[in-house]
Each structure stands twice: as C-alpha cells, then as structure tokens.
Design a protein around this ligand. Structure first.
Ligand code: HEM
Length: 169
C-alpha cells in the first residue's frame, strides 16, 4: 500500500492544535504505553514530561522528510542504532506503533474525525519507520556509510555533537 503523505501531514498538523495539542498527545502516549505494555516502562529513564518532546520532535522530522528518503533513511538508521543502547527489542516496535496510532485516534476523535484511512496511513508510515530502524539496529555495518554521509557516527550520534533527533529540514 502506498503512503498518503498528504493525509499523514494533515493529521499531524491537526494533532498539534486539537485537544490540547502535542503536549497532551505526547503525555497520553506514555501513559497508555506504560499501562498497556508495562514491560517497557523500566527502559525509560527520562520522565515523560521531557521524553514526549523528543518523541514529537522526531515524528515531526519524519513527517516532514518522508518525501525525501535521502535525508530520512540515515536519520532512521541512526535512531535505530541509538535505540539498541536503550534496551529496545525488535518486538517492542509493534507495541509502540499500536500505541501511537491508538492515542492519535483518541486525540483526533475529540474535535474532529478519525477515519480508517487515517489509521491505515499512520500504520503504513510507522511500519516503514520501524522496519528501517530494526534493520539498522541488527546490521549497523550495512548502513554505516550512508549514516556517515549524512553526518552520523556509527553509534548513531551526530558527528558535530548536535541533537540527533532534530533534523534540519
Ligand atoms: C516509531 C519509532 C520510534 C521513534 C520515532 C522513537 C523516538 C525516540 C526519540 C526521539 C528518543 C530520544 C533519544 C534519541 O533520539 O536517541 C527516543 C528514546 C527512547 N526510546 Fe524511542 N522511538 C521509537 C521506538 C521505540 C521503541 C519501539 C521503544 C521500545 C520500548 C523505544 C524506547 C525508547 C527508550 C527507552 C528511549 C530512551 C529514553 C530515555 O532517555 O530514558 N522507542 N525514542
């Protein structure tokens, strides 16, 4: 299934303004994640009040670079490799995807519509994101050169020590 980029962007923009905006969405993401998947809770050391800003910044980067794979792919490789250090397992990705789509649906249904097509769009995008991160996490050597060209070290951090989840777009 091809990705409906317009719908992805439109729903993300709505999420930033409706129902208390990105902060409400981000905090709810961790609340529901820890409720539904308590096994992942110990992996998170940063409190949700801080962590949700990073998550939302990375989703914003992905949403804006999704039409520019040359920029998005190395960003995702680096993110996948950093996640190994956090104790993330391949099996956690479907849980995070399920949780993000569920909270987005909850969030957008409050003031407007949330359709099957919107859910499919987010599931398609997050499956690609997960697959790319997982692939890099399992075979960092294969993505090393592409990461370096994009300014990332083999450990997934920025060559210039910049904030790795912030993308200049
Ligand atoms: C859609 C996929 C995901 C995205 C966009 C994402 C995004 C992020 C971002 C931006 C950070 C901040 C640190 C950094 O950039 O290196 C982070 C940290 C983290 N993520 Fe993810 N993540 C994803 C999937 C997952 C999964 C599947 C898990 C497994 C439970 C996970 C667990 C963590 C943990 C434990 C941290 C470190 C938190 C801390 O500082 O204590 N993430 N994630």
């Amino acid at each position: 299934m091809s990705l409906n980029v317009e719908l992805l962007r439109e729903t993300f923009n709505r999420a930033k303004t409706e129902n208390g905006g990105a902060t409400r969405l981000g905090l709810r993401f961790y609340e529901r994640l820890f409720e539904k998947y308590p096994a992942v809770r110990p992996l998170f050391k940063t409190p949700p009040e801080e962590q949700h800003k990073k998550l939302l910044a990375s989703i914003a980067s992905i949403v804006s670079s999704v039409t520019n794979p040359e920029q998005m792919m190395p960003y995702l490789y680096a993110m996948g490799i950093r996640h190994v250090e956090y104790g993330t397992l391949d099996a956690h990705y479907p849980a995070v995807q399920e949780n993000l789509v569920a909270v987005l649906g909850e969030h957008l249904s409050k003031e407007g519509e949330w359709t099957e097509e919107m859910a499919d769009t987010w599931n398609t995008a997050l499956k690609v994101v997960s697959d790319v991160m997982i692939k890099a996490a399992n075979d960092p050597e294969a993505v090393k050169d592409d990461m370096l060209k994009a300014g990332f070290l083999p450990n997934g951090y920025k060559v210039n020590a910049g904030i790795p989840y912030e993308m200049a777009v």
